[in-house]
Design a protein around this ligand. Structure first.
Ligand SMILES: Nc1ncnc2c1ncn2[C@@H]1O[C@H](COP(=O)(O)OP(=O)(O)OP(=O)(O)O)[C@@H](O)[C@H]1O
Length: 910
C-alpha cells in the first residue's frame, strides 16, 4: 500500500539528507488533537456557557479564515465607470463587502477582501497566503480551498497564468526555496533546504483519481511520465481520510516539482460550459507534505458551484456530472454548517471531497483558509451572495482550546468549555444578525417613507391630470362655442350683405322716377318684408314701424301713422294719422284694426293712461315722440308748429326745398278723430318722408342721403343760427296754454352713418348753459360744458359755479316739464336726481342739451333786473378764444385740484 503523504512509512522521511538531529514526528489525522464535536450537546443556557467561558481563560479560535477575492470584470465594456455604482463595494475597513441589489444592500464581514483589479496575484499571495505557507514550512497544517461559482477565478487564483504564477507555484517556491542548499558552518553543503512530497488528486464524479503518473507498482515517488505520454489516470480508493496508494513526487527542487504540477494541471478534466470556456469539472487537491517538520499544505481548487441549468449541460451524463460536482460542494457546505452549528454529527462522509478534508477540519493544528472567489458582474450577483453567505457561515466555526487529557472529568470540562465558547460565538453572531436586522428595518422604514412620498406625489399629479383634463374639456367647449359664434357671425354677415344688396336694389328702384305719381313703390321689396319681419319678431317693442305695401297702392285707403292710445293692448284706441288725407283719426282697436292691419302703416305706440287730460296726453306724447325719435332714431327735424292753432295738423316738409318733417301727434287727438290735416303737401313728399323715416329708423343715414334724388339745399348757417337764437331765446317762451313744439330737421346731406346728432362722443354730452330770456335780458349764452352722460344737474351746477368763479350768481335750473310747460324751476334737492341728458335738446349748429338758468331773485341789485354774470359774461367772447387752439380747446379753466381729477368733468370754453 502506498503511503499517504503524511504517513509515517513515507520513505523520504528518513532520508539521509535531513539533519541527523532532526526529529520527524508525523502526526496522523487520527491524532487526538482534533475537534470533538459530538462529545456533548450544546448547553441550552447561554449564561452558563458564558460563565464557563469566564472560568476558561483560553480564547476561542477560529480555524477557518475567509478571504474574498473579487476578480476583474469579465466584460471590460460593461465595467461600471465608478466604484460607487458597482454592485460590489469594499468597505473602508477592508474586511467587509457590500453587495448592492435593486432592493437594497447587504454587508458581509470576512477576514479580508481583495480586488484583483487592485491587487495582482503577487500582492494577494503576500497579503493573505504567504504567512500560512511559511507556517507549513515550520510544521503547521494548512488547507487553502478555493470556493465560488464557475468562472469566478478559482483556478486562476490557484494556478495563475504565464505572467502571474498562482498560489501553488508560489507556495512551492516559498517552502522549497529557489534550489538553495543548506550548508553547515564549515561551508560544507548539506543539500537542499526542505524536502517535500507532493500528491495531486482529482475528484471527479465522486471518484478519486491520481493525477500523477503512476508507476507499475502503484504509489510511491514518481518523476517523469511514461513514454507515449498517454498515461491514464488511476482511480484511488479512500482509506480512512486518505487516498490509498496515491503517487507522490518528492524532492527539494521547486522548479522541477512545479513543472510536474504544470503537466498535471493539464490532465484535469475541463469542459467548456456557458459559464466558463475551460471549466473545471472536477475538484483538484494538491497535498504537499513537509515530512521533516510534519507540516502539511492542502491546496484545493474546487469545481464551480453552478447549477445544472446555468452550466447549460445537456444530456443525462452531463447532468449527472454537474450534480456530482455539486455533491462535493454541497457536502462541504453541510460540513461547514454542521461544524459551525456545533452539530453532534458532521457529515464528512457524504462526499469524497469532505472525506479527504476531514483532517483539515478536525485537526486542532490545522487551519483553513477559504478563498471565496466572486465576480463583480451584476448578473452573477445571486451566486456571489450565496458564496459570501457560505463564507460567513464558515467564519463562525470556532474551535476550543486543545486540552489533551485522558481523564474523563477533565475531558468533560473541556467539552463544556468548548460548548460555552461556541455558544458565545453564536451569541455574537446572533447579535450581529440583529444589528443587521435593525439596520435593514431602518432602511425599510426609509424606503416606506419614500414610497409614501412618491404616492402622495402620484396622487397630486393625478389630481393635476384631472384638472388639466377638465381645463382641456372647458377649452374645447369654449372653442366649440367660439366656432358656433363664428358661424352665426358669418351667417349674420351674409344676411347683412344680402340686406345691403337689397337696399341697393331699392335705392336704384327709388331713384328711378315714377311714372304717373310721386309715391314711392316699395311693394314687393324684400327689404321691406325683412323690415316688417324684424319688427314684428320683437314682442317687446313699444314702437314699431310697419310699411303697408298694398295699402299704398289702393286709392281711397290711408297712409297712416298710427298711435295707440290705450295702455291695454287688448283694448286700446288708436290714433292714426292719415298721410294721404292729411288727417288724424282715432278708432277703437276693434274698428280700426281690421281696416288697418298691423303691417299697414308706420305706427307709433304709446303706453298712456286713458283718463289723462288732453293736455297731459299732448305733452306726454310730445315728449315721448321727441325722446324716442331723437334718442333712438336720431331724427332731427327743424320746424315749429303751433299745436294750439292747429293741434291735429301734421306738417310735411315742402318737398326737398324744405327738409322733410316728422309727424308730431296732436295732444288733443281723442277729441278730433279723423280731422283733416291742413297744408297737406304733395304725396311724393309724404312718400319721401316715409322712406326717410324708414331709413332713419334703420339708422342708415347714408342710404337716406343717397336716396335723395335732388340734393338737399343746404340750410344757411344764418337760418340755423336764427333757429338757434330762436330756440335760445324763445324755447321756453310761454305762448298760451299750449306750448310750441319744436323739432328740427337736419340737412340729410349731413347725416352720416353712426353719426351722433347730439355730439355725444365717448358718452359725453354737450350742454349749452344760458340765462333764461326775459324782457330785460336777451338770455345770453354763458358757456358750453361737456359732461358725462350720466351726470346730474347737481354735477352741472358745480361746473357752472366753478366756471362762474368770483362772479358766481345764484340760479335755478328751469326744466320744460309737465308741471310748467314754460319751464318750471327745478328744486335744488331734485338736481341730484335729475340727469342732464333729460334736459331739452338744443338744435343749434353745435347740438347739445340746453341748460336754462333762472337767476334767483335775491341777487337782483338795486331793484334792477341785472343780468347775472354780466361783467364776466361781457368779457367772455362767444367765439373760441384765439389763444386756445382748436385741437386743445378742451381745457380746464383753473379748476380746483379735486375737480381736475374728476373724470366726467371737461369744460369747453367758447
Ligand atoms: N482575476 C482575474 N484576472 C484575470 N482573468 C481572470 C481572473 N480570474 C479569472 N480569470 C479568467 O477567467 C476565466 C475563468 O476563470 P477560472 O477558470 O479561474 O474560473 P473558475 O472559477 O475556476 O471556473 P470553473 O469552476 O468553471 O473552473 C479564465 O480564463 C481566467 O483566466
Amino acid at each position: 500500500m502506498a503511503p499517504t503523504p503524511s504517513s509515517k512509512s513515507t520513505p523520504h522521511i528518513s532520508t539521509p539528507l535531513f539533519k541527523s538531529n532532526q526529529t520527524h514526528q508525523v502526526k496522523t489525522p487520527q491524532s487526538r488533537n482534533r475537534l470533538n464535536f459530538n462529545l456533548c450537546k450544546p448547553s441550552p443556557n447561554p449564561s452558563s456557557a458564558a460563565a464557563m467561558k469566564e472560568n476558561n481563560s483560553v480564547p476561542a479560535e477560529h480555524p477557518v479564515e475567509v478571504i474574498g477575492r473579487i476578480r476583474d470584470h469579465p466584460d471590460e465594456k460593461k465595467k461600471p465607470v465608478s466604484v460607487s455604482v458597482s454592485a460590489l463595494q469594499t468597505n473602508p475597513d477592508g474586511k467587509s463587502l457590500r453587495v448592492k441589489t435593486d432592493i437594497g444592500y447587504r454587508d458581509f464581514s470576512l477576514d479580508g477582501i481583495s480586488l484583483s483589479e487592485e491587487e495582482g496575484l503577487d500582492e494577494f499571495y503576500k497579503k493573505f497566503v504567504q504567512s500560512r505557507i511559511l507556517g507549513v514550512k515550520l510544521g503547521d497544517k494548512c488547507t487553502i480551498m478555493m470556493y465560488g461559482p464557475t468562472g469566478a477565478g478559482k483556478s486562476h487564483t490557484m494556478f495563475g497564468c504565464a505572467k502571474q504564477p498562482g498560489i501553488v507555484y508560489r507556495s512551492l517556491k516559498d517552502i522549497l526555496g529557489e534550489g538553495e542548499e543548506l550548508s553547515e558552518g564549515n561551508g560544507e553543503k548539506l543539500g537542499p533546504g526542505t524536502f517535500v512530497q507532493v500528491t495531486v488528486l482529482e475528484i471527479y464524479n465522486e471518484e478519486i483519481y491520481d493525477l500523477l503518473p503512476t508507476n507499475t507498482n502503484g504509489g510511491g515517488s514518481n518523476f517523469g511520465w511514461p513514454k507515449g505520454g498517454s498515461a491514464s489516470k488511476v482511480r484511488l480508493e479512500v482509506m480512512g481520510k486518505k487516498a490509498k496508494n496515491a503517487t507522490y513526487i518528492a524532492g527539494y527542487d521547486a522548479i522541477k516539482i512545479s513543472k510536474e504540477i504544470q503537466k498535471v494541471e493539464k490532465r484535469r478534466i475541463v469542459k467548456s460550459t456557458l459559464c466558463n470556456e475551460r471549466s473545471s469539472r472536477s475538484h483538484c487537491m494538491i497535498i504537499l507534505d513537509v515530512p521533516t517538520v510534519g507540516g502539511r499544505l492542502m491546496l484545493v481548487d474546487m469545481a464551480g458551484s453552478e447549477n445544472i441549468e446555468q452550466a447549460g449541460q445537456i444530456g443525462f451524463e452531463a447532468k449527472m456530472q454537474t450534480a456530482k460536482i455539486n455533491q462535493g460542494n454541497i457536502a462541504l457546505k453541510r460540513v461547514v454548517e454542521s461544524i459551525a452549528n456545533g452539530d453532534s454529527h458532521v457529515p464528512f462522509r457524504d462526499s469524497k471531497l469532505t472525506m479527504l478534508l476531514q483532517d483539515s477540519f478536525e485537526d486542532d493544528k490545522s487551519k483553513i483558509l477559504m478563498i471565496l472567489c466572486a465576480s463583480p458582474d451584476p448578473k452573477e450577483l445571486h451566486k456571489t451572495i450565496s458564496t459570501l453567505e457560505y463564507g460567513a457561515k464558515a467564519k463562525c466555526i470556532i474551535r476550543g482550546p486543545h486540552t489533551p487529557t485522558k481523564e474523563k472529568g477533565l475531558e468533560d470540562t473541556s467539552s463544556a468549555a468548548i460548548l460555552g465558547t461556541r455558544i458565545a460565538a453564536m451569541d455574537q453572531f446572533i447579535c450581529k444578525l440583529q444589528m443587521e436586522n435593525k439596520l435593514r428595518e431602518k432602511e425599510l422604514l426609509k424606503k416606506e417613507e419614500e414610497i409614501s412620498a412618491l404616492r402622495a406625489k402620484l396622487t397630486f399629479s393625478s389630481d393635476l391630470d384631472k384638472k388639466i383634463q377638465e381645463c382641456q374639456k372647458k377649452a374645447n367647449e369654449h372653442f366649440e362655442m367660439e366656432r358656433k359664434m363664428e358661424n352665426i357671425l358669418f351667417q349674420q354677415q351674409q344676411q347683412v350683405e344680402m340686406l345691403r344688396q337689397r337696399l341697393m336694389e331699392i335705392e336704384s328702384e327709388v331713384c328711378q322716377p315714377r311714372v304717373g305719381g310721386g309715391s314711392l313703390d316699395i311693394e314687393g321689396s324684400n327689404f321691406a318684408r325683412k323690415l316688417l319681419e324684424t319688427y314684428s319678431e320683437d314682442p317687446g317693442m313699444v314702437k314699431s314701424m310697419d310699411l303697408d305695401k298694398s295699402y299704398d297702392l289702393d286709392v281711397g285707403k290711408r297712409d297712416v301713422i298710427m298711435v295707440y292710445k290705450a295702455g291695454n293692448p287688448e283694448n286700446h284706441s288708436v290714433v292714426g294719422l292719415d298721410i294721404r288725407k292729411n288727417s288724424i283719426f282715432e278708432e277703437d282697436n276693434d274698428i280700426f284694426v281690421p281696416s288697418f292691419p298691423s303691417k299697414l302703416c308706420l305706427s307709433t305706440v304709446f303706453e298712456e293712461e286713458e283718463e289723462d287730460s288732453v293736455d297731459d296726453k299732448e305733452q306726454f306724447l310730445d315728449e315721448e315722440v321727441q325722446k324716442e325719435v331723437i334718442e333712438e332714431k336720431k331724427v332731427v327735424c327743424s320746424s315749429s308748429v303751433d299745436i294750439e292753432s292747429n293741434p291735429t295738423n301734421i306738417f310735411y316738409g315742402d318737398s326737398f326745398a324744405e327738409p322733410p318733417q316728422v309727424v308730431v301727434a296732436s295732444p288733443d287727438i281723442s277729441s278730433k278723430k279723423q280731422e283733416k290735416v291742413e297744408d297737406m303737401q304733395d304725396t311724393s313728399a309724404s312718400r319721401q318722408l316715409r322712406i326717410q323715416n324708414i331709413f332713419t329708423l334703420c339708422g342708415n343715414y347714408r342710404e337716406l342721403s343717397q336716396h335723395c334724388l335732388t340734393p338737399m339745399p343746404e340750410r344757411k348757417l344764418s337760418e340755423d343760427l336764427s333757429a338757434s337764437d330762436n330756440l335760445a331765446g324763445n324755447y321756453l317762451t310761454p305762448v298760451g296754454p299750449k306750448k310750441v313744439k319744436t323739432l328740427s330737421f337736419e340737412n340729410t346731406m349731413d347725416l352720416k352713418e353712426n353719426h351722433n346728432p347730439l355730439g355725444e362722443k365717448n358718452g359725453d354730452l354737450d350742454v349749452y348753459v344760458k340765462w333764461e330770456a326775459s324782457r330785460d335780458n336777451p338770455g345770453k349764452l354763458i358757456t358750453t360744458l361737456k359732461v358725462a352722460k350720466e351726470s346730474t344737474l347737481a354735477d352741472l351746477r358745480k361746473l357752472i359755479e366753478i366756471y362762474m368763479g368770483a362772479d358766481n350768481q345764484s340760479f335755478t335750473f328751469t326744466f320744460l316739464g309737465l308741471e310748467d310747460p314754460s319751464g318750471a324751476p327745478v328744486a335744488k334737492e331734485k338736481e341730484a336726481t335729475m340727469q342732464v341728458s333729460k334736459l331739452p335738446i338744443c338744435n343749434n349748429q353745435l347740438r347739445g342739451h340746453l341748460a336754462c338758468l333762472r337767476p334767483s331773485k335775491g341777487i337782483q341789485r338795486d331793484g334792477h333786473h341785472h343780468l347775472p354774470l354780466s361783467p364776466l359774461e361781457n368779457k367772455l367772447p362767444i367765439t373760441p378764444l384765439p389763444t386756445i387752439s382748436k385741437k386743445t380747446n378742451y381745457c380746464s379753466p383753473e379748476l380746483p385740484e379735486r375737480l381736475n381729477s374728476t373724470p366726467f368733468v371737461t369744460l369747453r370754453r367758447h
